[in-house]
Design a protein. Structure first.
Length: 261
C-alpha cells in the first residue's frame, strides 16, 4: 500500500452560534483515519494567523500532518435542524496552487477535500492526477465560492471530472447536479451517493448497490461525509473493491459519530 493523502483547506466554523472551531475536510477526515491504522497523511492549509487555533486540534488526532500557509482561512457559519443544514460562507479561503501539490508526496490515492469549486483549479488537479487516483467531495463541484448564503449549481468546469476516479455527492449536491442519471453520465468510474442516515449507494463498473449505515443518536453530522470518503479512499488503497470499501467507510463514519455523541 503506497498510502493516501487527504488535502484541503482548514476552516474556521461557527456551528449553531457557538464559539469558532476547527473544520474542513483535513480535520474531519483525520477523525476517521485515526481509527484505521497507518498509510495515510494530511496536507492542510490555513492563514498563518489562524495556525495556532486550527492546527493543534488536527495534529492531536495523530495522523501525519503537513501544514501549508495560505493567504486566507476559509470561514463558515452552519446551523442544523436535524440532518438539514444551512450554511453561510464568511470567507471561501484561497485556492490551492500547483506549488502546493509538491508537498503531497507519494500517494496512491488523494482525497480532495474541497470546500468550494474554487479550491482546486484544473491545473492543480492535472498535477495531482499524475500517478495518483483522485477522489473528490461533490461540494467542490457544486458550491459557488461567493461570500454569503451557500449557493449550489452545476456550473463547474467539465474538464475537472476527467481527472477523477471517485466522486462522493450527498442528496443536496446530487439534486444540484441534475440527478443520479446525469451524474452517472459524467463517466466517473466510482460514484458514492451518500444519504445521511439512509446509507449510501455505490455505482461502479455498471453495478449499483446499496450500503446501509448504523444510526447514531444525538450526534452532530458535521464531518461525517469527510470521514466516509477518507475511509473509502483508505480502503481502496488497501485493496478493497468499491462496494467493500464503501461498507468499510460507512462503518468508520458511524464510529466517528459515535465517538462524538
Amino acid at each position: 500500500m503506497r498510502g493516501i493523502a487527504v488535502i484541503g483547506n482548514l476552516a474556521r466554523d461557527v456551528i449553531d452560534g457557538g464559539s469558532p472551531r476547527v473544520g474542513g475536510a483535513p480535520f474531519h477526515a483525520a477523525r476517521g483515519l485515526r481509527l484505521l491504522g497507518g498509510g495515510s497523511r494530511i496536507v492542510a492549509r490555513c492563514a498563518a494567523a489562524d495556525r495556532r487555533a486550527l492546527v493543534p486540534p488536527l495534529a492531536a488526532l495523530g495522523v501525519p500532518l503537513t501544514w501549508i500557509e495560505s493567504p486566507r482561512t476559509a470561514s463558515f457559519e452552519l446551523r442544523y435542524r436535524g440532518e438539514d443544514r444551512e450554511t453561510v460562507i464568511a470567507d471561501p479561503g484561497a485556492p490551492w496552487t500547483v506549488e502546493d501539490t509538491r508537498l503531497v508526496g507519494r500517494a496512491e490515492w488523494v482525497h480532495l477535500g474541497g470546500l468550494t469549486r474554487a479550491d482546486f483549479p484544473h491545473a492543480v488537479l492535472a498535477a495531482l492526477a499524475r500517478e495518483r487516483r483522485l477522489a473528490l467531495d461533490g461540494q467542490a463541484l457544486v458550491r459557488r465560492a461567493d461570500p454569503g448564503p451557500l449557493v449550489l449549481d452545476d456550473e463547474f468546469d467539465p474538464d475537472v471530472v476527467r481527472h477523477l476516479t471517485a466522486l462522493k455527492v450527498n442528496e443536496e449536491e446530487l439534486e444540484a447536479l441534475g440527478g443520479e442519471q446525469r451524474v452517472i453520465a459524467l463517466g466517473i468510474p466510482e460514484l458514492l451517493l451518500t444519504r445521511a442516515s439512509a446509507g449510501a449507494v455505490v455505482v461502479a463498473r455498471g453495478v449499483r448497490e446499496q450500503v446501509r449505515v448504523r444510526t447514531i443518536e444525538n450526534a452532530s453530522p458535521t464531518g461525517a461525509g469527510d470521514a466516509f470518503l477518507a475511509a473509502y479512499v483508505w480502503a481502496r488503497a488497501a485493496g478493497h473493491r468499491p462496494i467493500s470499501a464503501a461498507r468499510h467507510a460507512a462503518t468508520t463514519a458511524a464510529r466517528v459519530l459515535e465517538l462524538a455523541a
